[in-house]
Design a protein around this ligand. Sequence first.
Ligand code: PLP
Length: 402
Amino acid sequence: MTTEYLSHVNQILEEIQSAGLWKTERSMLSAQAGSVTVTDDESAHKEIINLCANNYLGLANNPRLIESAKQAMDSHGYGMASVRFICGTQDLHRQLETAIAEFLGKDDSILFAACFDANGGVFEPLLTAEDAIVSDSLNHASIIDGIRLCKAKRYRYKNSDMQDLETQLKAARDDGARFIMIATDGVFSMDGYLANLKDVTTLATQYNAMVMVDDCHSTGFMGPEGRGTAAHLGVEDKVDIITGTLGKALGGAIGGFISGAQPVIDLLRQRARPYLFSNSLPPAVVAAGIEALHLVKNGDHLREQLFDNARFWRDGLTHTGFELLPGEHPIIPVMLGDAKLAQSISRHLYDQGVYASGFFYPVVPQGAARIRTQMSAAHSREDLERALEAFEKAGKLSGALA
Ligand SMILES: *Cc1c(COP(=O)(O)O)cnc(C)c1O
């Protein structure tokens, strides 16, 4: 590699650093849980309360999931060494696909290595240049990439702005679109806001459009039985395609899926590129995914604990004087504005034994830096009380609180 090129790259790195946008990774020594063990700067072990995992139901370290993963390794081996259609499909894969479809009330579903791949692969086989995709401006990066890979005409509406959605749907109709698909996150992960799926689906009906919802931050805990945002808002039967992940509430390992009508899933199995050209999920992950769905369906107690924690945490933080975004979702962002302030608070929190990371540009708009806290059923009341004290101290030390 030439020195010119490397110094070009180094310059970009310096720009990221001096803008206060540098992301670091902290190594944990323990399993993912409500509290985790890390090594601090003196390389001593330290236990900290984890407020930034997508481990909503606390299943990431669940003994029953671990046991089913172990059993599947004994019965079905470690890896598949194949894509699905060559020789990478076991009975377990079809069982999980069927179980997900049944859970979400769809005909069938199809597994991917991650939801990033599901979203990357869902549009291109289903829509062509004659069609249109109307996409929320705050959609996840993987939806944006998936839309880029598809030849359909693109229309973007302002986040959850139903007037703008209608304007874009009209524009797509006026431009002569054959089929129109609205694409939206079920929950916008930086804000914890739910998509307005009632109005989205009403407009979809009015303009004869299909609806695709990415429910990664919802599957397993929002709505009855944790069936997701549409179920929570009572419009389950009006959403055509649901994509989701095994990497968050459903055990947190890895894997994505698309659920929908049989012909749609059949076509994706023939044509979706991340499905055709990427390895099959390992049996341990698939078997634990099946078990995770069992736990989720019978997991009212976990959901109660989760939302109880979310209410307690919102009330506590508001009382302390921090500015939160309103809502009901267990994603609870503490708004700080400045990226460096968010990082400073995150560091102080860490010193106080609380793990909560700062989010700043480019994952949120400039000037809208925040610490995104996420509740889990794995947090005890005592964890949250300690975390509240830490937030108060960190807020004062960093100057965010008077
Ligand atoms: C996490 C997430 C993804 C990516 O899921 P993976 O399975 O981790 O690839 C996609 N969309 C949304 C909205 C997400 O939150």
